[in-house]
Design a protein around this ligand. Structure first.
Ligand code: SF4
Length: 681
């Protein structure tokens, strides 16, 4: 018997915990925490502990599948990739923009880099995006506007140094358990914890100051906090003068948001807003943590800008224990963004609209027809498919049939395509609609790098062979590109691809295999091989052209939908600790699935009493998009008038109910966190 421990990184959330995959005679049998790993120090949450269970499932895809007369049949790799290459050539010949590509926050940096390169350099379209659009697109847009860089400003371990932590729009205890551990350590050291949430979540239960607020009212809440800080003279004048500009514009706007006025909109007691504002402003170092609770709105960019305004106002940027920290959801969503799997950015956030950047990438990739016009975003792709403007899509490791808003619309859009390719590890709800399905290897079956939410780039390592004929995603892309006669896809390993990434991505330039092999990896930016990496951003100056942070005043805008007599509740959505996004992996883990086998809707106990709904009743939740049947959980731990559904469960999919009708004007985020809804027995 051969027992091996292969050090790698957890495939689930953006914390980037290190673990060892345990194999016996080459078969994955378990995981062990990696005790020397600097982030998780030998601890794992339930998802990490059971992350090996889905890998060996019998329903893994093992052969390419081609659909004929509505049924899948097995095919050889040669047949499947030849069919794809000829179809893509056909559409490219007609119009490159009739094709669109979805990359994946679950795949490696190398695989995301190659898919966006394939879309741009081989097909000639900027239509490449991924699910970051539906989680932290506004974080990238909002922080790029204010700080010049759209990522977590501080490291995870740094949170422990905070003397005050303000969490808004994040149930950190369940979503990012190993970040939550640092929050608890900071609290044990005397830090004050402020949590704003419509639910008394496990995170909110630990707060020193809890701010209940109505979903969609983040801007007035934070404007009111800034109003108090300025009224009380608690702003950091030296920081504002030396490091920022446009403070007067902010002051002019927030003066209209007195806590008593904000209370009418947010339903947060004015005295609580005052208390939180003063606590945050007086702290030596105050950190803001946020997640999809503030980004998944049509005002998502405004909400993120508000967090940046608040931090700059109090001088809480560029120092230990402070900062503005978007907690990225998926294991490699940061990396997929870094790699340019976004329609407006090349690798390293070089802007598509800038001619110099387009020229640089065209030279690097040896192509000549790249346009300086951003491509379609995720929701725009679905709309274009529904209208018949998009003819074909290539989806790598994403499941929009569960993750995207208004699933009925997504289904109609995907069914309206002439040609759909999906490569994944299971026959997902999206793969079932494909014309060709390609079997991919899972995280424990390949080499490469992931970039965690704290910008830490780390190696993942192959522990076992993929089942059947499944291949690494990068190998599949190369095979199709080579069949199409493209240059620049003759890679023999993930390491080869990373060498090219370093050449075109300034933030990754100093990362080489000798440096990345260490357990601590490297935080970008790391511009050369002598640079130690950057755990804290903006210490001396911001990443804006003149080095100054920019205050952007933001006015309150109502959500796309507000309750009315037909739909009197606000439906909001979120995650739970045992499951991960669309459930493709966690629902195939017997231990995790046993804990929470299906979805539920949380309703306030007084609302439930009025409607005659009891705990455990089967209820119907309805919005203008559709309706689902789901079990009621009656609880005092959610605000009156608000419903909450976790979005992991396809059979009672929260996204059957959410809307894609309106989008954030900058980040193109739909209104995922606020839908007008009704509930009945
Ligand atoms: Fe994995 Fe995230 Fe849990 Fe760490 S906190 S073990 S990265 S799911």
């Amino acid at each position: 018997m051969k027992l091996e421990y292969i050090p790698t990184v957890c495939p689930y959330c953006g914390c980037g915990c290190g673990l060892n995959v345990v194999t016996i005679d080459g078969k994955v049998e378990g995981v062990e925490p990696w005790k020397r790993h600097p982030l998780n120090e030998g601890k794992l949450c339930p998802k990490g502990n059971f992350s090996y269970q889905f890998v060996g499932r019998d329903d893994r895809l093992t052969k390419p599948l081609i659909k004929e007369n509505g049924e899948f049949r097995e095919a050889s790799w040669d047949e499947a990739t030849s069919l794809i290459a000829s179809k893509l050539e056909e559409y490219r010949g007609e119009d490159p923009d009739s094709l669109a590509f979805l990359a994946s926050a679950r795949c490696t940096n190398e695989e995301n880099y190659l898919l966006q390169k394939f879309a741009r350099a081989v097909i000639g379209t900027q239509n490449v995006d991924h699910c970051a659009r539906l989680c932290h697109g506004p974080s990238v847009a909002g922080l790029a506007k204010t700080f010049g860089s759209g990522a977590m400003t501080n490291s995870i371990s740094d949170i422990e140094e905070s003397s005050c932590i303000f969490i808004i729009g994040s149930n950190t205890a369940e979503q990012h358990p190993l970040i939550w551990r640092r929050v608890l350590r900071a609290k044990a050291n005397g830090a004050k914890l402020i949590v704003a949430d419509p639910r008394v979540s496990p995170t909110a239960k630990m707060a020193d100051i809890y701010l209940p607020f109505k979903p969609g009212t983040d801007v007035p809440l934070m404007n009111a906090m800034m109003n108090v800080i300025i009224e009380e003279g608690l702003e950091d004048r030296e920081f504002i003068e030396k490091r920022t500009k446009d403070f007067e514009k902010l002051k002019e706007t927030v003066k209209n948001y007195k806590p008593e006025e904000a209370e009418k909109i947010t339903l947060t007691p004015a005295d609580k807003i005052r208390e939180a504002a003063i606590e945050y402003a007086k702290a030596d170092s105050a950190a803001i943590l946020f997640a999809m609770g503030i980004t998944q709105h049509i005002t998502g960019t405004d909400n993120v800008v508000s967090t940046a305004n608040l931090a700059m106002l109090t001088g809480n940027v560029g120092k230990r224990g402070a900062g503005v920290n978007p907690l990225r959801g998926q294991n490699n969503v940061q990396g997929a963004c870094d790699m340019g799997a976004l329609p407006a950015f090349y690798p390293g956030y070089q802007k598509v609209i800038e001619e110099d950047a387009t020229e640089k990438m065209s030279c690097a990739w040896g192509c000549s027809d790249l346009k300086c016009t951003p491509g379609l975003t995720v929701v725009e792709m679905m709309n274009a498919a529904a209208e018949g403007k998009l003819k074909a899509m290539y989806i790598m490791g994403e499941n929009p049939m569960v993750s995207d808003p208004d699933i009925q619309h997504v289904k109609e859009s995907l069914e309206n395509l002439e040609f759909l390719v999906v490569q994944d590890i299971f026959l997902t709800e999206t793969a079932e609609l494909a014309d060709v399905v390609l079997p991919a290897s899972a995280w424990s079956e390949k080499n490469g790098t992931y970039t965690s939410t704290e910008r830490r780039v780390q190696y993942i390592r192959k522990a076992a062979d993929a089942p059947g004929e499944a291949k690494d995603d990068w190998q599949i892309i190369c095979e199709i590109a080579n069949k199409m006669g493209a240059d620049g896809f003759k890679f023999s390993s993930a390491e080869d691809i990373f060498e090219e990434i370093r050449e075109v991505t300034p933030q990754y330039a100093g990362m080489n295999p000798e440096r990345l092999v260490k357990p601590e990896g490297l935080h970008w930016p790391c511009p050369d091989e002598t640079h130690p990496g950057t755990p804290i951003l903006h210490t001396e100056q911001f990443a804006t052209p003149d080095g100054l942070g920019i205050f952007f005043p933001v006015e309150y805008r109502e959500p796309a939908e507000t309750p009315d007599s037909e739909y009197p509740f606000i439906l909001t959505t979120g995650r739970i600790i045992f499951h991960y996004h669309t459930g493709t992996m966690t629902r195939r883990s017997e231990t995790l699935d046993r804990e929470v086998p299906t979805g539920f809707v949380e309703i306030n106990d007084e609302d439930a009493l009025e409607l005659g709904i009891k705990n455990g009743d089967m209820v119907k939740v309805k919005t203008r998009r559709g309706e689902i049947e789901i079990t009621a959980r009656v609880t005092p731990e959610i605000m009156k008038g608000v419903l909450f559904i976790p979005f992991h469960f396809a059979e009672c999919a929260a996204n059957m109910l959410t809307s894609a009708d309106e989008l954030d004007p900058e980040a193109k985020m739909p209104e995922l966190k606020v839908s007008a809804a009704s509930i009945s027995k």
